[in-house]
Ligand binder design. Sequence first.
Ligand SMILES: Nc1ncnc2c1ncn2[C@@H]1O[C@H](COP(=O)(O)OP(=O)(O)OP(=O)(O)O)[C@@H](O)[C@H]1O
Ligand SMILES: [Mg+2]
Length: 274
Amino acid sequence: MNNNGGSMASNNETLFRVEHLHVSVENTEILKGVDLVVNRGEVHALMGPNGSGKSTLANSIMGHPRYKVTQGKVLFNGNDVLPLTPDKRAQLGLFLAFQYPVGIPGVVMGNFMRAALKARRGEDVPVREFRKLLDETLDLLKMDPSFVRRYVNEGFSGGEKKRAEVLQMAMLKPEMAVLDETDSGLDIDALKIVAEGINALRGPDLGVLVITHYQRILDYITPDKVHVLFDGRIVKSGGPELVHELEERGYDWITNPEASGAGPEAVAAGKENA
Ligand SMILES: Nc1ncnc2c1ncn2[C@@H]1O[C@H](COP(=O)(O)OP(=O)(O)OP(=O)(O)O)[C@@H](O)[C@H]1O
Ligand SMILES: [Mg+2]
């Protein structure tokens, strides 16, 4: 297993920047000012309790029409992508692996991949080149070649859907990938394969935002930075050690320090204010 520990050489150029992002869904404000910077070569982890807004951030980055950005910016290679439709964002090299990939009955996986690759590259991909890339990627992810003859995500198991998302990522070679709980529902072998697939793509030019609830995947993909999203804001950021702290102590000490009795300072401060 290739545990890509530590940060890869990064040319320190800002690849991706979210600035003071506010997002509403059906007139309810979900994101309340999110700031996040991912440099080239970096992997960031985004954690946080259910309903804190992680998928909202992921979908807003990609341009899902249901998520209305009311304030702030999403900059990719210095350009504001908010005016762009999701397909334009994908062409530029943004990628989202969905938390809940949807089935597309009638659309065969192989054809879908070829069309997506053509769109990403802005030119047709010769059949032989496409086949070679597809076979190599299936092999990397230990996916059965019969997958590509099936309809996209139709009847796929939870784990197969997640692998299919990573297959798309590996084929499209984005510059900035957001993986929304790509580790959820994977058995331990599948998790290792998926992590290996992501690590194989890791490099000085790729930025990754891994949204997860679990330390497990981060044992294989060591993040450069870890953020905690709570109630629509990033309330804590740190290094990889923060993952273990969260695993041990949960979120209470961050989101509700007084009630959780976290740390003598917090309690003392609470008493002084009483
Ligand atoms: N399409 C929608 N319609 C209505 N409410 C929504 C919609 N999308 C998100 N929300 C609400 O926004 C809040 C944040 O949801 P979001 O899916 O971003 O959370 P999350 O952090 O990804 O949670 P989880 O860890 O469970 O995946 C929730 O209260 C959710 O109900
Ligand atoms: Mg989510």
